[in-house]
Design a binder for this molecule. Structure first.
Ligand SMILES: Cc1cc2nc3c(=O)[nH]c(=O)nc-3n(C[C@H](O)[C@H](O)[C@H](O)COP(=O)(O)OP(=O)(O)OC[C@H]3O[C@@H](n4cnc5c(N)ncnc54)[C@H](O)[C@@H]3O)c2cc1C
Length: 463
């Protein structure tokens, strides 16, 4: 086994954790710190009593003790990329781990340990330099803390599965204030829960132990932009070819308004990336997109471009942080014809950018290990609305929630990544997994110290 190589991330970004460590409601700087724990401009009006910005693991244990001494509930955040600001709750101790950003890589063993405040995009770039890979998320800013707990849908996710499958162990501070370790054999229940409980996890993860992969030699992407009038034909075709897409090809279809291209309605952008061993194979796999029946209508076509995941991540500019945001989503295996009425409803009154619809074909391979994460399907549809004025909050909240509610008869469930549980609590794990999570929580957090999901799905036979 090689000597772990500690990458000096902590030193270069330590400024993130400077400033007052403990802020109480009413203190100077409190409101700034409260708003900063939600990445977009629409931080909800929920007010923790105390915000603790941890510098190290001792601070984490102190924060748990503080919550216990004051008999308060507590919540945790890392990268602040929860759409709903799930950790912002009234009267709690909020523990912010954004400053915990150590990365340690063992290149020979192909493993790493990650503190929760490590950004996926930074990790991806660090590993790329070393010929290594981890399935980090598709956008800058998302940190591994919340990302890995909820499942984690990252680059090469169709091939490698949800990223929590690559977590081999966690260091965790539990509700009794003790620091412990969990994996498949030590505290296996806690480890099972940490892979999928997302914002309902009942502990503070201070370090993730993960396995790494070799970087694929070739990453080739074909981009297309289709005009508004072919959206139905394109998506119908996409739905037909999706079952034949190799797992190493990742397809993103996005619907959004771009007035500089067309004022007739939303356009469809297509990004198909092959992560493979040879250029020949990549070209062969991407040829499919050249055979799309509306290919000659594409307004833009950049075919077989050599790319990196960092470049692909940087192209993802649909999330300006000065806007207020809401997201909601659906897993489905419905056919295009079944989806069409719901899609038409979305399409007909589509708001301006940055609002967009994501259409992301998924795979159910490789085989999933036992873990709380337990609901997924062939196709992922997510709506993200972004707007400027607080006066429009209700309009957008209703638009996103109602459009996704209309898809419910076709839905298998939802992802916690883009949860809208406060408005539409739907199934994000199986009923058995939800009950098992309850049982494990009762053992590790008997007093309910940690807050849970913002909404809880009702199953027909739930007690
Ligand atoms: C612009 C954008 C792009 C996104 N892209 C992707 C994507 O490509 N793939 C994908 O899977 N998801 C994506 N997401 C969803 C994102 O992964 C989840 O919201 C995730 O929870 C964010 O993690 P975080 O640490 O950045 O956020 P936070 O808001 O800090 O954490 C989210 C929740 O996780 C829990 N939590 C966080 N850290 C800890 C910890 N250390 N211990 C215990 N509990 C903790 C808390 O309950 C917290 O409320 C995206 C979100 C946004 C806003």
């Amino acid at each position: 086994m090689g000597c772990p190589h500690a990458i000096g991330v902590k030193e270069s970004i330590v400024s993130h954790s400077t400033g007052t460590r403990v802020l109480r409601r009413g203190d100077e700087g409190y409101e700034q710190a409260r708003r900063a724990v939600v990445w977009h401009a629409g931080a909800p009006n929920r007010f923790p009593e105390v915000i603790v910005r941890a510098r190290d693991e001792d601070d984490v244990m102190d924060a748990v003790r503080l919550a216990r001494d004051e008999d308060r509930q507590m919540a945790v955040c890392s990268g602040h990329h929860s759409w709903s600001g799930s950790h912002l709750r009234d009267g709690i101790v909020l523990l912010d781990l954004a400053g915990l950003r150590d990365v340690s890589v063992d290149s020979e063993a192909m493993t790493a340990t990650l503190q929760p405040g490590v950004r996926g995009s930074e990790l991806g770039a660090l590993l790329h330099e070393r010929g290594l890979f981890f399935p980090v998320g598709h956008c800058e800013g998302v940190c591994v803390g919340g990302y890995l707990l909820q499942g984690g849908f990252g680059w090469r996710g169709r091939e490698l599965g949800p990223s929590c499958m690559s977590v081999t162990g966690i260091d965790v501070v539990t509700a009794d204030g003790n620091h412990t370790y969990a994996d498949g054999t030590r505290n296996p229940d806690l480890f099972w829960a940490a892979r999928g409980a997302g914002p309902g996890f009942f502990g503070v993860v201070t370090r993730f132990h993960v396995k790494l992969y070799s970087l694929q030699p070739v990453t080739l992407t074909s981009f297309y932009l289709y005009p508004p009038d072919v959206w139905e034909e394109y998506l119908r075709w996409s739905r037909l070819i999706e079952p034949t897409l190799p797992a190493e090809v990742e397809l993103w279809n996005l619907m959004y308004r771009d007035e500089s291209v067309s004022s007739e309605g939303p356009v469809i952008s297509v990004s198909a990336t092959a992560f493979v061993d040879t250029e020949e194979r990549a070209r062969e796999e991407l040829t499919l997109f050249e055979r799309c029946p509306v290919r000659d209508r594409a307004l833009i076509a950049e075919v077989n471009r050599a790319t990196t995941t960092s470049e692909l991540t940087a192209r993802n500019t649909h999330y300006p942080p000065d806007r207020r945001f809401i997201a909601d989503n659906t897993w489905t295996h419905a056919s295009f014809d079944e989806l069409l009425p719901g899609l038409r409803a979305i399409h007909q009154d589509f708001p301006p950018a940055p609002t967009h619809l994501v259409w992301f074909p998924w795979t159910l391979t490789p085989q999933r290990p036992p873990m709380a994460y337990s609901v997924e399907d062939e196709l992922y549809l997510a709506l993200y609305a972004g707007w400027e004025h607080p006066a429009d909050d209700e309009t957008y909240r209703r638009w996103v929630t109602e459009r996704m509610r209309a898809m419910e008869p076709l839905a298998t469930g939802i992802q916690l990544a883009d949860e809208n549980l406060i408005n539409r609590p739907r199934r994000f794990v199986t009923e058995d997994s939800l009950h098992r999570l309850d049982e494990i929580r009762a053992r590790y957090d008997p007093d309910g110290r940690f807050v849970s999901w913002l909404g809880r799905p009702q199953f027909a036979h739930a007690p």
